[in-house]
Design a protein around this ligand. Structure first.
Ligand code: ZN
Length: 246
């Protein structure tokens, strides 16, 4: 089975369109979505609709999805994220808002030994940023392959004989095999707001038969996504950061 793994789409239709074009060339059976369909970008409703239609969708919610669908924002949501969340609420159809409101929290088991989370298996809102946090995540749950998002940084935590290491995965088409006895916690990077200095949209293909994950990076029409953010009156920084992938 081949899984298309998408995270942090952030209402960026141009990025999602480019990702799906490339994914169609590669082929996939089921879709795993790690949350944050909306927030920051100017096309929340179309992105929710397009995501809902993806084949064999298995999905968990992200913090932006919760706020956009009506939950009270947590105090750690920054001012521009908050402004974008309020704007997003007003630009979602009631169907899309309802869809987001009903998304399950992670961790969610998608296959025996495989889990999805937005932030961390410990807490859906935690950021997995270093190896200590990675180690706690491996201890929190018994899984073999996990996918997470939230940090927008592609790579993988690998747990091998109790030691946990972080592996940066840069560039387009970077493939890494999943060791038979290793445990993996993989971030496919962000579709709609990459933050690793590479502005190209990021996603992964997980082939559970070949035991391999490949990260793909695709260029998209950043200028158009940015222009729409500015025209919508959203904070300009949300458009500008897309130019640099930060
Ligand atoms: Zn996000």
């Amino acid at each position: 089975m081949r899984f298309l793994v998408l995270s942090d789409l952030h209402a960026n239709l141009e990025a999602l369109t480019a990702v799906l074009e490339r994914a169609r060339e590669l082929g996939w059976d089921r879709t795993l979505a790690l949350g944050d369909l909306v927030g920051y970008g100017a096309d929340p409703d179309v992105v929710v609709e397009a995501t809902r239609r993806l084949p064999g969708l298995i999905i968990v919610r992200g913090n932006h999805d919760r706020v956009a669908s009506g939950e009270r924002p947590s105090p750690d949501l920054g001012p521009s994220a908050l402004r974008a969340a309020v704007w997003t609420r007003r630009h979602l159809s009631s169907e899309s808002r309802e869809f987001l409101a009903c998304l399950p929290p992670g961790p969610l088991v998608f296959t025996p030994g495989g889990i999805l989370v937005h932030g961390s298996p410990v807490d859906e809102d935690d950021y997995l940023l270093d190896e200590d946090e990675g180690a706690r995540a491996f201890q929190a749950l018994d899984f073999h392959v996990g996918f997470f998002g939230h940090t927008h940084l592609p790579g993988s935590f690998v747990s091998r004989r109790e030691a946990v290491a972080w592996l940066d995965i840069a560039g387009d088409g970077a493939a890494f095999p999943l060791g038979e006895t290793d445990r993996h916690l993989i971030n496919p990077g962000s579709v709609g707001q990459p933050r690793d200095g590479d502005p190209r949209a990021s996603f992964a293909i997980y082939d559970d038969h070949a035991r391999q994950v490949t990260i793909h990076r695709v260029p998209y029409d950043v200028a158009s996504a940015r222009r729409k953010i500015l025209e919508a009156g959203l904070p300009a920084a949300l458009g500008d950061r897309l130019l640099h992938g930060i």
